[in-house]
Design a protein around this ligand. Structure first.
Ligand SMILES: Cc1ncc(COP(=O)(O)O)c(C=O)c1O
Length: 366
């Protein structure tokens, strides 16, 4: 069986063990005589799968009891609207515009209220996370319903390494591309959410973890669609309508896999080792240059380029010939991007680094 070195930014590599387990259960789930794909979401067998998925995630992250965990559809993008619709009670929130997805969330929030840009790194091509002091200064005394950040900017390869302290103002974070890459102190947030398709499972599941007191009065805006009403979804156990049954089942498998690997501390160690292998090479390379400023570098998405579009294209083509897939950068940054999520092995990263060395030896310094 040939499996490529998959550096895709999402949907992304899943653990082989998980895929094999799912395959073994696909046609007849544990003697039920049917596939999870065919199972009613109201059945006892499925409720057990769902409950186990939630309990495992709560255990992994240490989610406090005062938080609800929701498994929704519509991608992370639907939450760009769900967050203001539920939480903008006084019509004003602060956004840190640190990349494309933060910008989209900020634009979406402007449909529902005043979304203040607290800080941005757009002037330098989103190559860094705005300074914490700048964010805190901008948020101070603004009477904001929440402060919104995108913790890991998938496209640009930057990550918050310290969170802004905003006093009583809830911090809301899009953790899509760093979810389960490392420990997450849920209690620091009013809400965190993640599209599953990087580290948690397949596309089509979005995990929302929200502090109960923020939603107990229902959505802030009465136009909020029922589907996006966090209180309603929590009351219905994420089954106000038919959930993504198979996707949630698969997420559960991934959560168990992460536990079996040693949990989130172990994930962090592995991800640091993998990303360091690439960053160390970038720091001494005369050909490749990293996009992110060193202090803002992401543990999950490593962005780099040669500065010559033809050479970048040759690098990507040569990678594919060596079974190294998914390294073409996003068009907003160009160059290359290697996403080194949990299921990407150290061996895959070594293969990529080896190829970078080979490519540089062949193409000289620029
Ligand atoms: C950080 C981040 N936020 C939001 C999104 C949008 O997610 P979706 O495509 O699930 O709506 C992505 C997608 O890659 C992302 O990386």
């Amino acid at each position: 069986m040939a499996r490529v070195h998959n550096f895709s930014a999402g949907p992304a590599a899943l653990p082989l063990e998980v895929l094999q387990e799912v395959r073994s259960e696909l046609v007849d789930y544990r003697g039920s005589g049917m596939s999870v794909l065919e199972m009613s979401h109201r059945s006892r067998a499925y409720q057990e799968i769902f409950d186990d998925t939630e309990v495992t995630l709560r255990r992994l992250l240490g989610v406090p009891d005062a938080y609800k965990v929701l498994f929704l559809q519509g991608g992370a993008t639907l939450q760009f609207a769900g967050i203001p619709l539920n939480l903008m009670r006084h019509g004003r929130a602060g956004y840190v515009v640190s990349g494309n997805f933060a910008q989209k969330a900020w634009a979406e929030a402007q449909r529902y209220g005043e979304a203040v840009a607290l800080a941005t790194s757009g002037d330098t091509g989103f190559d860094r996370i705005p300074a914490r002091a700048e964010i805190e200064r901008a948020a101070a005394g603004q009477d904001l319903d929440y402060v919104y950040i995108c913790q890991n900017n998938t496209i640009f390869g930057t990550q918050f390494h310290e969170l802004p302290a905003c006093g009583e103002t809830p911090l809301v974070s899009d953790v899509s591309s760093c979810f389960l890459s490392e420990p997450l102190d849920v209690a620091r947030f009013g809400l965190v959410y993640a599209g599953a398709q990087k580290n948690a499972g397949p596309a089509g599941v979005t995990v929302v973890i929200v502090r109960e007191d923020l939603i107990e009065d229902g959505p802030a805006l009465s136009v909020c669609p029922s589907y996006l009403d966090y209180r309603l979804e929590a009351a219905k156990g994420s089954m106000y309508n038919t959930p993504n049954t198979f996707g949630i089942y698969l997420c559960g498998k991934v959560f168990h896999w992460v536990e079996d690997q040693g949990g989130l501390e172990a994930m962090r160690e592995r991800n640091l080792e993998k990303s360091r292998l690439l960053y160390d090479y970038l720091d001494q390379s005369a050909l490749f240059h990293g996009h992110a400023q060193p202090s803002s570098r992401s543990i999950a998405n490593v962005t780099f380029r040669t500065g010559d579009a033809d050479l970048d294209a040759a690098f990507v083509a040569g990678a594919a010939q060596r079974g190294i897939e998914g390294v073409k950068g996003h068009r907003l940054v160009s160059g290359m991007r290697a996403s080194v999520y949990n299921a990407v092995s150290l061996d895959s990263v070594k293969a990529l680094r080896g190829y970078m060395e080979e490519f540089e030896a062949q193409n000289g310094t620029r």
